[in-house]
Design a binder for this molecule. Structure first.
Ligand code: PSU
Length: 308
C-alpha cells in the first residue's frame, strides 16, 4: 500500500510546456465560457483572440479543460476548435473536477475548477469574463457559486469584469468579504457589473496599475494569507450596455428561468443565452469585448509578478 499522495497527470500544450521551461509569465483561461457561455462560432473566435491578446501582452495563454479524463493546461489549436463545437461537455467545478478525471469524461472548467488547475500548474493569474456569485433569491434557493469558496482558498489572481449582473451583487460582495477575498477594481471607484461599467456599489479597493496589484498579492503571500484576489476591470465604455437597459433584459430572463424550472448549474448558461437572444447578439459582443479587456490586464499583471 502506498501512502504518498497520487499526482494528477497534467498534459501541457507545447507552448505552455516551453513557457514553463523558460520561466515565462503564464495566464490561465477557463473553458466553461467557451462551452456553456457563448454560442459557436463566436465562442471559438473569442477563445482564439483572447489567447492572442495574452501573447501580445508578453505572456503565454493556458486554456484549461478536461478532455477524455485528462487535465489539459494549454490546448493545441485543434483541441480548442473541437471543444468549441463539442456537445455533452460537463461544466466542472470543485465538486466534480475529479469525477471527470476519474471517469474519463470531457468537461469545461468554471472559474473554481480553473483556479484549482492553475494552482496545480503554478500559474498565478487567470482571466475570465465574470465570476459566479450569490444568485438573486439565494435566501430561498441557496444558490451560491462555488467560485466564491474557491477564491477564499486558492491563491490565484482572477481578473474579471465584475460579477455578472444576473446575480445579487451586494450579497456577492458581502460573501467575498466574509471569505477574506480582496476585491480590487482597476481604474474605477465603482465595482463593475459585467455588461455595464456601473453597479451602483463602491469597490472595496481600487488600484490603477498592474505593478500595484502584483505588489499587493506578494504582500498577502508574505503575510501567509490564503486565497485568491478578485481584480475587477470595467468593460470598455464603447462596448458597454447601460445598467438600466440590462436590468430589463435580466428581469425577463429570470422570469423565463423560473417558468422553465431552471436550477443549479443550468441557471447561468440559461440566462446568458436568453439575454443573447433578447439583445440579438449585442450582449455577446459586449461579453467578448470585456473578456478581451480582461486578458490584456491579466497579461500585464502576470508580467509584473514575474518581474518581482
Ligand atoms: N464569464 C463569462 N461567461 C461565463 C462564465 C464566466 O463571461 O459563462 C462562467 C464561468 O465559468 C463561471 C461560471 O465560473 O460562468 C459561473 O457559473 P455558476 O453561476 O453556475 O457558478
Amino acid at each position: 500500500m502506498t501512502t504518498s499522495t497520487p499526482h494528477v497527470p497534467i498534459v501541457y500544450s507545447k507552448e505552455v510546456a516551453a513557457a514553463r521551461k523558460d520561466g515565462l509569465p503564464l495566464v490561465a483561461l477557463e473553458s466553461t465560457i467557451i462551452t456553456h457561455g457563448m454560442p459557436y462560432p463566436g465562442n471559438l473566435e473569442m477563445a482564439r483572440s483572447v489567447e492572442e491578446i495574452i501573447r501580445r501582452g508578453g505572456a503565454v495563454p493556458a486554456t484549461i479543460a478536461v478532455i477524455g479524463g485528462v487535465l489539459h493546461v494549454g490546448l493545441e489549436p485543434q483541441e480548442l476548435e473541437d471543444l468549441a463545437q463539442a456537445r455533452d461537455v460537463m461544466k466542472l467545478s470543485r465538486a466534480d473536477l475529479a469525477f471527470a478525471i476519474a471517469l474519463g469524461r470531457t468537461g469545461a472548467t468554471t472559474v473554481a475548477a480553473t483556479m484549482m488547475a492553475a494552482s496545480l500548474a503554478a500559474i498565478r493569474v487567470f482571466a475570465t469574463g465574470g465570476i459566479g456569485g450569490v444568485h438573486r433569491g439565494a435566501e430561498e434557493s441557496f444558490d451560491i457559486s462555488a467560485d466564491i469558496e474557491e477564491l477564499g482558498k486558492t491563491g490565484v489572481i482572477v481578473v474579471c469584469a465584475g460579477a455578472k449582473a444576473i446575480l445579487d451583487i451586494p450579497k456577492t460582495l458581502e460573501v467575498l468579504e466574509t471569505r477574506g477575498v480582496p476585491v480590487v477594481t482597476c481604474g474605477a471607484d465603482e465595482f463593475p457589473a459585467f455588461w455595464s461599467r456601473s453597479s451602483g456599489l463602491p469597490s472595496p479597493l481600487r488600484l490603477d496599475r498592474p505593478e500595484q496589484i502584483a505588489a499587493f498579492q506578494q504582500a498577502r503571500q508574505a503575510l501567509g494569507v490564503e486565497g485568491g484576489m478578485l481584480v475587477a476591470n470595467p468593460v470598455p465604455a464603447a462596448a458597454e450596455i447601460p445598467r438600466e437597459e440590462m436590468e430589463e433584459y435580466i428581469g425577463i430572463a429570470l422570469q423565463a428561468a423560473a417558468d422553465n424550472g431552471i436550477a443549479a448549474k443550468a441557471v447561468t448558461p440559461f440566462l446568458l443565452d436568453h439575454i443573447f437572444h433578447q439583445t440579438s447578439g449585442r450582449s455577446l459582443r459586449t461579453n467578448i469585448a470585456l473578456v478581451e479587456n480582461n486578458a490584456a490586464l491579466a497579461a500585464r499583471i502576470a508580467v509584473a509578478l514575474a518581474a518581482r
